[in-house]
Design a binder for this molecule. Structure first.
Ligand SMILES: [Zn+2]
Length: 82
């Protein structure tokens, strides 16, 4: 446990990622905008895994804990955990 009680374990949140122009794009519910990550390789899923948050919202837990991304193909619905 950290001294201030903040949960700094890696987040188990998985955000769906769309590949476009050789990069993976995820919709961040905290920043209300896309974050872009490298696709790593040419195959679907090559870039899957835990990433650091690129958040501009200082309230976002992803800054400390990051999130996992999972590449999806076709149309995706952005679902927020409540
Ligand atoms: Zn963000």
């Amino acid at each position: 446990m950290s001294q201030n009680g903040a949960d700094r374990r890696p987040s188990t949140t998985v955000l769906p990622a769309i590949r476009r122009d050789g990069q993976l794009r995820v919709w961040c519910p905290y920043c209300q905008r896309e974050h872009i990550h490298g696709a790593v390789g040419p195959q679907v899923g090559d870039g899957d895994g835990h990433r650091r948050g690129h958040c501009s919202n200082p309230e976002s837990p992803f800054i400390e804990r990051g999130y996992a991304i999972q590449e999806v193909v076709g149309r995706a619905l952005w679902l927020m955990a409540t």
